[in-house]
Write a protein that binds this ligand. Structure first.
Ligand code: NAD
Length: 376
């Protein structure tokens, strides 16, 4: 029996003891997880620094604060969430006592991604524990240092039979996917999302797929450009653009393109200094494979700001590309890096058409002072 199969069997056996169902037990495990997040801040921050050159401040802001607030919310609401809810009677149930009783699903699988590895792996774990499930936790092998911290330290705080951490890459994940789960929660790219759904279908297992997309920013001529560009620069270059809902590209009128470039440039300097490579707040691309992918995405487009890079360090400076053509390489896939293409359009209708012709984005950002435009 493989290591993965054993972990799932043990989790199921532990689930069948019924211990994860009691509210007291769920609360005690959530409190242990809370203690883990507090006591292991140092290990968490060090691993993220090695994986993504994430700053200590960035670690709290983007990862631990969010997970801790999820835990606090669950602790506060658990009793209410787990309580039976009244339902109106119908002709079919007129002589019955009717209510909805939330029940744990059973053994769930959480497959995490590397870009915010705590938020997307331990975040869903909070929900799984709160709902009384057993959960097999599979962190991303790409953020290898973080994955190691999860494997080493989580079992010191949590019930290791109910919530095992299984590390490894594609082979191990595929071995896990052969097992039967009662829910699969996956975060990552859409190509692998299809593999997950296919594997889940074999057991009719419901899935939650947290995928990516190319999230557009439309900047209207009638808007406060200073505010718009400041917000876009923050969203684009945080975590080096490796954020699922990062603004992927800008759509704007040709007449404002130069001002947009100038404003973004100003913000890059203010946020990350003249030399982002030396700035402690600016991260790195996760690995050489993604570095090369990003460098090749720039091919054929004109660089308006920076474009500097250093392969050995997986460093790509905050970059802006101008007059990008809709068929440019950088417009064909989610960028997931610090490249910001500007595509010019002549009206809001053209922008809408442009967006609708492509795959559904994950988020859409619109900057306009005109309510008619924002509500279109
Ligand atoms: P990744 O490479 O870490 O892969 C995610 C998980 O899938 C890993 O645990 C990995 O082991 C597993 N995996 C990879 N290939 C596999 C295969 N062939 N078979 C089975 N399992 C496999 O992460 P990624 O896909 O590079 O993540 C980035 C993507 O995730 C981006 O598209 C981003 O937008 C998206 N994302 C979405 C959210 C959200 O909340 N919607 C959050 C973060 C990231």
């Amino acid at each position: 029996m493989s290591r993965e199969q054993k972990a799932v069997e043990r989790a199921r056996k532990a689930f069948f003891t019924g211990r994860s169902k009691s509210l007291e037990y769920r609360i005690s495990q959530l409190k242990n997880l809370q203690r883990f997040m507090q006591e292991r801040q140092k290990e968490i921050a060090e691993a993220l620094k090695k994986d993504l050159k994430r700053s200590e401040f960035g670690t709290s802001l983007y990862e631990t604060l969010g997970v801790e607030s999820e835990i606090n919310l669950a602790l506060k609401k658990l009793k209410e969430w787990a309580a039976p809810r009244p339902v109106n009677k119908s002709l079919m149930t007129i002589s019955d006592q009717v209510y909805i009783q939330p029940e744990p699903l059973g053994v769930v699988l959480i497959i995490g991604a590397w870009n915010y590895p705590w938020a997307v792996t331990v975040g869903p774990l909070v929900g799984a524990i709160a709902a009384g499930n057993a959960a097999v936790i599979k962190p991303s092998e790409v953020s290898a240092h973080t994955s190691k911290v999860m494997e080493e330290f989580l079992p010191l705080y949590l019930d290791k039979e109910l919530y095992p951490v299984v590390t490894g890459g594609v082979k191990e994940t595929q071995e896990l996917l052969k097992q039967r789960f009662d829910h699969i929660f996956y975060t990552g790219n859409g190509m692998v999302g299809k593999i997950i759904m296919e594997a889940a279908a074999k057991h009719l297992t419901p899935t939650t797929l947290e995928l990516g997309g190319k999230s557009p920013c439309y900047i209207d001529k009638d808007c406060d450009l200073t505010i718009a560009c400041r917000r876009i620069a923050w969203g684009k270059y945080s975590n080096c653009g490796q954020t699922c809902i990062a603004p992927d590209y800008i759509l704007c009128d040709p007449s404002i393109q130069d001002r947009v470039i100038e404003e973004i440039k100003k913000n890059i300097k203010e946020f990350y200094t003249e030399n982002p490579q030396k700035c402690p707040d600016y991260g790195r691309i996760i690995n050489q494979r993604h570095f090369k992918r990003l460098m090749s995405l720039m091919e054929g487009s004109s660089i308006a700001v920076s474009g500097e890079h250093n392969e050995a360090e997986c460093y790509i400076a905050p970059t802006v590309l101008r007059d990008v053509k809709p068929d440019a390489k950088v417009m064909q896939e989610e960028i997931f890096g610090p490249l910001l293409p500007i595509v010019t359009v002549n009206s809001v209708d053209e922008a809408i058409k442009f967006i609708n012709q492509r795959d559904k984005p994950l988020a859409l950002y619109i900057f306009s002072s005109d309510k008619k435009v924002t509500l279109t």
